[in-house]
Write a protein that binds this ligand. Structure first.
Ligand SMILES: Cc1cc2nc3c(=O)[nH]c(=O)nc-3n(C[C@H](O)[C@H](O)[C@H](O)COP(=O)(O)OP(=O)(O)OC[C@H]3O[C@@H](n4cnc5c(N)ncnc54)[C@H](O)[C@@H]3O)c2cc1C
Ligand code: FES
Ligand code: FES
Length: 491
């Protein structure tokens, strides 16, 4: 395949076009803003995506619509910004001019003390305001899950969020007024070319298409794929790892497609948690709480389904749920595709069924059978923005006479991979769905797993929690005996 190549990346930064022909594959947006462009409003707190002090907005065209999302500049690589509009806190108010309504609301409600977290909160609230000018407290809390404040307390900040629309008129906001102009500018930056910046090992590539990605990665299987960079970003900022040459995926709209047919939903590997949310929660309402508790808003805006699978983490949140639902993963190498059940993709800790040069292209999730009940539980030390100590996912199909005809149970955090509980499943299959059966299955979990102790949880705690989650699932199916089969899936 012959493709045209461009050797610069181009994006809008506030009101200006930026063109870069020399930029390191590991240059973060935060360092670029502060050190290269002297835009010091955006702060560095943790440099690992946790505190939100570095929050900026990144706008991009998806399906013809310009959408701005909050992202963590500390773990976003500059190379991934081609074709985007980066908006930082520095451009919200002109020097000596009036404050932006979000900033004014923070002042009026005394929502800032030391002020270190404030620019990040302002940008998260600005992103929320643009999407939802009159948010509920729950919606505000969700938008702020990824922003930490250690002195003001959150009540005043929530009051600020509620006050923004009283102070300002969204229709007069510059980003709204200039939406058409900015969309045209971004459209003009799209030229369908492969972007290659740097040379040798110090290089990053933005493939022109998924076919181009397949060709590039097959030819150079040791290159590092970067999707949302919510894992890889930390390898750089915390472990100083050299990840180049890098192949970016986040600009590839084809990988961000979602399709639904009669029997299943297919998510492209580059679909972010935020993008997937409406359809995932519509077709699998049982996953709503889990989805709301993955990272914070910024991480959900950046992080992808493909990244959560491909990283092979034993404590990633979507694999247990997807395994329980019977999902399969589409892998692609060059022109060849193969589909494997997700559960067999995870071989052992750090090892997945992925050949050199092969990437995750999509994941297919079958809809639940009419007679199935399903639940997913995430157990963490704190409610928001925390990684699972244990994540349990259950899908049981019943035969209509109170017996289990098919049990699928998968846990994260209990082994070196997300793993099915075969002994517990065997104890349930063909048995009455009763207290005794569940007790037997809970005991069988001891034969399924030998969990580790680490700083998240001890082995004993993990096993006890795993057992109790099965009991919880059982209890939640009671009260509507015989076992209710009228699962409510919106179609
Ligand atoms: C603050 C914070 C909170 C987090 N909270 C959670 C949480 O609650 N639950 C959770 O599960 N995770 C959490 N994570 C981890 C992370 O967000 C997820 O694992 C995310 O899904 C990774 O996706 P990504 O697109 O950012 O992957 P990246 O960081 O871009 O890549 C991760 C790995 O996958 C590979 N990769 C990515 N896409 C592909 C592909 N299509 N084909 C082949 N290889 C690919 C990369 O090469 C890399 O090895 C959190 C991370 C942070 C920073
Ligand atoms: S500096 Fe803490 S999230 Fe980026
Ligand atoms: S005002 Fe000090 S950390 Fe939030």
């Amino acid at each position: 395949m012959t493709v045209d190549i461009r050797n610069t990346i181009r994006f809008l930064l506030n009101h200006r076009l930026v063109e870069l022909s020399s930029v390191s594959p590991v240059q973060t947006l935060l360092d670029f803003l502060r050190l290269d462009r002297n835009l010091r409003g955006t702060k560095e707190g943790c440099a690992e995506g946790d505190c939100g002090a570095c929050t900026v907005l990144v706008g991009r065209l998806l399906d013809g619509r310009l959408k701005y999302e909050s992202v963590n500049a500390c773990i976003r690589f500059v190379g991934s910004l081609d074709g985007c509009h980066v908006v930082t806190v520095d451009c919200l108010a002109a020097p000596g001019g009036p404050l932006h309504p979000v900033q004014q609301a923070m002042v009026d409600t005394h929502a800032s003390q030391c002020g270190f977290c404030t620019p990040g909160f302002v940008m998260s609230l600005y992103g929320l305001w643009m999407e939802n000018p009159k948010p509920s407290v729950t919606e505000i809390e969700k938008a702020l899950q990824g922003n930490l404040c250690r002195c003001t307390g959150y009540a005043a900040i929530i009051r600020a969020a509620e006050a923004v629309s009283v102070i300002g008129d969204l229709n007069k906001d510059p980003l709204v007024l200039e939406r058409e102009k900015i969309s045209k500018q971004l459209e003009g930056l799209k030229d369908g070319k492969r972007v290659v910046v740097g040379d040798g090992a110090e290089r990053f590539v933005l493939p022109a298409s998924v076919n181009d990605l397949a060709e590039i990665y097959e030819a150079e299987p040791k290159a590092r794929i970067v999707a949302g960079s919510t894992d890889v970003g930390l390898w750089v900022t915390k472990f100083m790892r050299d990840i180049s040459p890098v192949v970016h995926l986040s600009h590839l709209d084809e990988l961000r497609s979602i399709s639904v047919d009669e029997t299943s939903m297919t998510l492209g590997a580059g679909v972010s948690y935020t993008q997937a949310y409406p359809l995932v929660t519509k077709h699998f309402p049982q996953l709503t709480e889990l989805w709301d508790r993955i990272g914070g808003q910024q991480v959900r805006n950046m992080g992808t389904i493909g990244g959560n699978i491909a990283n092979g983490s034993p404590i990633g949140d979507t694999p247990p749920a997807l395994i329980a639902l019977g999902a399969s993963v589409v892998l692609r190498k060059g022109k060849r595709r193969r589909t494997v059940p997700l559960e067999s993709f995870f071989i052992e800790y750090g090892k997945q069924d992925r050949h050199p040069g092969e990437f995750v292209e999509a994941v297919r999730i079958p809809f639940l059978n009419e007679n199935a009940r399903c639940a997913v539980y995430k157990i963490t030390k704190r409610l928001d923005e925390d990684i699972s100590a244990v994540c349990g996912a259950f899908r049981l199909t019943f035969d209509g006479n109170g017996k289990v005809s098919d049990a699928v149970i998968a846990y994260g955090g209990m082994a070196g991979t997300p793993k099915r509980a075969e002994n517990a499943e065997a104890a349930l299959n063909g048995a009455e769905w009763t207290d005794d059966t569940v007790e037997t299955a809970m005991e069988a979990l001891g034969a399924d797993y030998t969990p580790l102790s680490d700083w998240r949880a001890s082995a004993d705690y993990r096993l006890l929690v795993a057992k109790n989650l099965l009991r919880r699932f059982y209890l939640e199916t009671q009260g509507d005996q015989p076992v209710r089969l009228d699962r409510k899936r919106a179609v």
